[in-house]
Design a protein around this ligand. Structure first.
Ligand SMILES: [Zn+2]
Length: 133
């Protein structure tokens, strides 16, 4: 074969050039390669415009910051309520209140102290166990 087919800069596969593009064509016409070329051109165009137009650069920064705020808010919404130490203490207190079947703060505090003592004893015994982690 006299003329070797060019290789796509994106996927590396050979392709037949469009007759009107000739030597300038660097990418094949597979949809993912066309999309990758388009995104690269848009990135390069925006980068050049950011250098030459301060107003465009400021608007792009604000647009990116707004997108980051929206993305973080969506992540927080997906993650559900935050598992802060305060929230976890409230959950444990509610659970112990349910287990002890009481709403009396004094009785609940005594129950919590008893559970705390029991937990400390068990933790010590677990650490002394022969195959403790
Ligand atoms: Zn390609």
């Amino acid at each position: 074969m006299a003329n070797r087919l060019p290789r796509c800069e994106s996927c590396g596969l050979t392709y037949r050039t469009e007759p009107r593009s000739g030597e300038r064509q660097k990418y094949c016409t597979r949809p993912e390669c066309v999309l990758r070329r388009k995104r690269r051109r848009q990135r390069e165009w925006a980068a050049e415009r950011c250098v030459s137009d301060p107003g465009f650069a400021a608007a792009a920064r604000e647009r990116c910051a707004a997108a980051n705020r929206r993305r973080r808010a969506a992540e927080r919404a997906r993650a559900g309520p935050e598992l802060s130490p305060v929230f976890l203490a409230e959950v444990v207190t509610g659970l112990l209140s349910q287990l002890a079947d009481t709403n009396d703060p004094v009785q609940l505090r005594q129950t919590m102290a008893a559970y705390g003592d029991r937990g400390r004893r068990l933790a010590l015994e677990l650490r002394m166990a022969p195959n403790a982690p």
